[in-house]
Design a protein around this ligand. Structure first.
Ligand code: FB9
Length: 550
């Protein structure tokens, strides 16, 4: 349309800056993410700092060797671990640290006899998908040793990968949760104490510990909790104290111990949400409705009545927000409709001829539809029905139902002595014929690309128009003959230089002047230029149809 210019012959609905955007569908957190947020909060309120876990690919060195996990360990086989073919190897290791690791694996050291095998750097170079976040813990502890030890509490929650047999509760990956505390002279008792606090915050306050084995922790413990919902003891994690063979090659002080524990994100989530197949929780088959419908996650409690009430409350608040928004929209539309509805009170003794011209202009030039109806009190004299004749025969609004146009005008004839325009919405009334003319002239200009009646004539001319319209307002509102004559002489001077008040084209001042002349009872006081002006108006297409009785 722009290229061909076809838009010029079309009518476009004006842009509605008031329209409200559609309420965005709120996002919904996946249950795993809700549980992750809960567990992250528990760590944070216990003073832990989150570790940077943004590397799924790790070297065997950091994933196994740094943890004193021997290179022959079955877990380092391809049937348990995903190795990378490209890039297959890492080459950047802290050389002195690597030498310490090599030594402690092969010959021992730091009080340990080591494993007594020929440690291969090529084995340590192999890249893999990390099998636990303990690789990240090892990096952080080495960094701590390098920077100068100070006590620290770290945690991580992120994806780890294992080449497992897949079944209803195992995928080839899971999200590991890990907590690590490094301090001087920590004991197993400290570990048991911290675990009790941590799991209590997850809603588990009956813990039991069972001796276990990990290559990198000694002693190690499996953690069990009595689950009321399931009515049995369940394994809820694994833990231990990192071995000296792991910590001392890093350069940590001899009296520094590091206690740590781990669990998964999926297990608690599945139990919490009653999901018994891991594929209903993660993967392509997840039912998104499950994500939408899940209530707020409270790890530490069964959803209490308060929780349920809160989620009802949340829903209620959302709904009431939406209702309020719709009410506002209805109010806005209603006021728009009302704004489009104008009631103009007019007095038959001073029929406002100017409005006939302006309404005709709005109908003819504006891109809007206009409806005009008149309400006539039976007590009123015949003249107003003549005026109505003009209003009704001149309107193209017969095809519009009442009030369904963009602008709806209702004329109410009554002995009120003044012209008053009221809006059905709360806007103030506009009093005085010339002021109603100004309002209609603005509407006409705003909705037409060609009309220049008032403000579109530019600063200078529109102030000239205002000055003249104010004089005409005085003319229309006085019945003193002397005063009328003075006012007419002032306007007459404006017509000396040009056919119309502000030049060669009609403005709202001319329309008001034409109306005032029609309403004058004594035409003898009309000066020469205004008489010439009046004759011109009678031949002008805008005024001709309304030739008045005068
Ligand atoms: O998450 C696990 N169980 C669990 C945890 C919480 C829970 O909450 C419910 C609301 C009540 C329920 C269950 N487990 C660990 C135990 C078992 O599920 C186990 O069968 C599966 N384990 C995973 C490993 O599987 C190959 C869960 C995963 C796991 C196991 C060990 C560690 C981390 C994750 C660890 C560790 C560790 C040890 C020492 C030092 C540092 C880290």
């Amino acid at each position: 349309m722009i290229a061909t210019g076809a838009w010029k012959d079309l009518v476009f609905k004006p842009y509605n800056y008031n329209s409200m955007g559609t309420l965005p569908e709120g996002g919904h957190l996946h249950p795993l993410l809700k549980v992750r947020a809960q567990i992250r909060q528990i760590f944070l309120e216990m003073g832990f700092t989150e570790m940077p876990t943004n590397n799924y690919v790790e070297s065997s060195f950091w994933n196994f060797d740094a943890l004193f996990q021997p290179q022959q360990h079955p877990a380092r086989e391809a049937h348990d671990t995903f190795f990378l073919s490209e890039p297959a190897l890492s080459h950047q290791f802290p050389r002195d640290y690597l030498e310490q690791v090599k030594r402690v694996h092969s010959r021992g050291g730091f009080g340990s006899q080591g494993y007594g095998y020929e440690w291969q750097e090529e084995e340590a170079q192999k890249n893999l998908l990390r099998t636990h976040t303990t690789a990240v813990s090892a990096r952080m502890l080495y960094k701590l040793a390098k920077e100068g030890f100070r006590p620290a509490k770290y945690f991580s929650i992120d994806r780890v990968f294992r080449n497992e047999e897949l079944d209803a509760t195992h995928l080839a990956e899971f999200q590991q949760v890990e907590g690590v505390i490094a301090d001087h002279n920590l004991t197993l008792g400290n570990l048991i104490g911290v675990l009790s606090e941590f799991f209590k915050k997850m809603g588990m306050d009956q813990l039991r510990f069972k001796p276990a084995y990990n290559p990198y922790t000694e002693p190690s413990m499996e953690i069990f909790s009595y689950h009321n919902g399931l009515g049995k003891w369940i394994e809820v994690g694994n833990s231990g104290v990192f071995r000296p063979e792991m910590l001392l090659p890093m350069g940590l002080p001899e009296d520094v111990n590091v206690i740590a524990w781990g669990l998964s994100l999926e297990r608690p989530t599945m139990i919490k949400y009653g999901i018994d197949n891991i594929r209903d929780l993660v993967g392509p088959r997840v039912d998104l409705q499950m994500v939408y419908d899940n209530p707020i996650c409270r790890l530490d409690k069964e959803p209490t009545i308060e929780d349920k009430a809160r989620s009802v409350e949340d829903t209620w608040q959302l709904l009431s927000f939406q209702v309020e928004r719709m009410k506002n929209e209805i109010r806005r539309l209603h006021s728009l409709v009302n704004q489009s509805r104008h009631i103009i009170c007019v007095d038959p003794s001073t029929p406002p001829y100017s409005l006939l011209v302006l309404l005709r202009l709005v109908k003819s030039f504006a891109s809007k539809t206009v409806s005009v109806e008149t309400n006539l009190h039976s007590a009123l004299p015949l003249l107003s029905s003549y005026f109505n004749y003009y209003l009704s025969t001149d309107s193209r609004d017969t095809q519009h139902g009442k009030g369904s146009a963009d602008f709806n005008f209702s004329f109410v004839w009554k002995q009120s002595g003044e012209v008053k325009l009221s809006f059905c919405s709360s806007q103030r009334d506009i009093v005085g014929e010339v002021n109603v003319c100004r309002y209609l002239a603005r509407i006409a200009e705003e909705n037409s690309s060609t009309l220049t009646l008032y403000e579109r004539k530019g600063e200078v001319k529109s102030s000239q128009i205002d000055e003249c319209v104010d004089i005409i307002h005085s003319l229309l509102t006085t019945s003193n003959r002397e005063k009328q004559s003075d006012l007419l002489k002032r306007v007459d001077k404006l017509l000396v230089a040009s056919p119309f008040i502000t030049g060669s084209s009609v403005s709202v001042a001319d329309i008001c002047l034409w109306s005032a002349i029609n309403q004058l009872s004594d035409i003898d006081i009309i000066p020469l230029n205004i008489r010439k002006f009046f004759v011109r108006c009678c031949n002008h297409p805008w005024f001709a149809p309304h030739l008045s009785l005068n």
